[in-house]
Design a protein around this ligand. Structure first.
Ligand SMILES: *Cc1c(COP(=O)(O)O)cnc(C)c1O
Length: 374
């Protein structure tokens, strides 16, 4: 069986985890701060707070942005549901803007057409790892005083115009799920350069607890004292998992290089397979690719999916347009709203891509596709 993505766990990871298990700290110890510091080396120095998973990261980011009922969020439908649903559960109204026809990233012009003075956040996704058009999105957001959020669950380790993912938006979220560019089993992070946003993110993920005396509303009652001024949740990432994340981060550069090489090899080997359209890359990005998304033309996506799965090649489809989910349909969202996204969904197939994928594995995928489509 060949999955579309999988983790790379080596002895250094196992040693890092077992050493932490033997230490005094299972959670909220030195590995958390160290992992956050290490992550900032991949965000161009932008501070990061780690959280329980990528969905939690989105919830924290929207909470830090102050999303409340009546606010509007403009986002892409070509993503995992959490990009939108984490704002919905805070009471926001979601406006789905269509994607660029080729990259499947949020189209800045489509986003601009939906922004109003109620828009609080424009949330882009770096689909497959390819950064969205952040300079254009920034202009759109500035016109209405909105924040830009990057759901970079696919994209840590990449750059856009020479700047790191993590430094491109006001708030950036990461996921460390096993199939992503690095893993902590479950885990995620929120990056923000603005100290006020970062403070709000840290408080929300930590039950709203405040321990800085200068910030207390009431007198300090003693060494045990803390205050809650705004409610929060517990989305802490334990020390044990932060140790795993640190070990993984030391190889993020190597993972990226391997993913890049495999992508280039797919591009070459698949170039002459009929009925396929291969992914594009803008000149100004240097992505760390999470997915290798091909387009299966002529209405044959379902057939190719079924035949590859039957051959033990566990391809995936990323993604069902978010507003197609019954939870959004019940809110009145209708199919047909974002034609580029719907067409992309109808054709998309994510081929196996992960650092330990061998060239033999890759040849097997290519040959299977050639047999089905040739
Ligand atoms: C994986 C993913 C998430 C959610 O991350 P989890 O760690 O699985 O909660 C959010 N957005 C996108 C685009 C993702 O791919």
């Amino acid at each position: 069986m060949l999955p579309y993505g999988r983790q790379t766990i080596e002895d250094v990871d196992i040693e890092a985890v077992t050493a932490t298990l033997r230490s005094d700290w299972l959670t909220t110890g030195p590995q958390v701060d160290a992992f956050e510091r290490d992550l900032a080396e991949w965000t161009g120095g932008v501070p990061v707070t780690v959280v329980s998973n990528g969905t939690a990261a989105l919830h924290v980011a929207y909470a830090a942005a102050g999303i409340k009922p009546g606010d509007e969020v403009v986002t892409t439908p070509m993503t995992f549901v959490a990009t939108a649903s984490c704002a919905t559960i805070l009471g926001a109204k979601i406006l789905f803007a269509d994607v660029e026809e080729d990259t499947a990233n949020l189209d800045p012009a489509a986003a601009a057409a939906l922004t109003t003075e109620r828009t609080k956040v424009i949330a882009a996704v770096d689909y497959a790892g390819h950064p969205a058009e952040y300079d254009e999105l920034r202009k759109v957001a500035d016109e209405v005083g909105a924040l830009v959020l990057a759901d970079a669950a696919h994209a840590i380790g990449g750059t856009y115009k020479g700047r790191f993912v993590g430094s491109l938006a006001d708030l950036t979220t990461f996921s460390f799920f096993p199939t992503k560019n690095l893993t902590t089993a479950e885990g995620g992070g929120v990056a923000a350069a603005d100290p006020e946003l970062m403070k709000r993110a840290r408080r929300f993920k930590g039950i709203g607890m405040i321990r800085e005396e200068a910030e207390y509303a009431n007198p300090n009652d003693g060494g045990w004292y803390y205050e809650v001024q705004e409610f929060g949740v517990n989305y802490r990432l334990p020390d044990v998992l932060c140790a795993l994340g640190r070990a993984q981060l030391t190889r993020l550069g190597a993972f990226k290089a391997r993913r890049t090489a495999l992508r280039a090899r797919y591009n070459e080997l698949l170039a002459d397979v009929p009925g396929l359209r291969l992914p594009v890359e803008r000149d100004w990005v240097d992505p760390a690719y999470h997915l290798y998304p091909v387009r299966v033309l002529d209405g044959r996506r379902r057939e190719v999916y079924d035949k590859l799965r039957a051959a033990g090649i566990l391809v995936q489809v990323n993604y069902i347009p978010v507003y197609w989910h019954p939870a959004y349909a019940e809110l009145g969202y209708q199919r047909g709203m974002c034609p580029n996204a719907e067409k992309f969904y109808a054709e998309e197939l994510s081929l196996p891509l992960f650092p330990t994928l061998t060239e033999n594995d890759q040849d097997r995928v290519v040959e299977a596709l050639r047999t089905i489509l040739g």
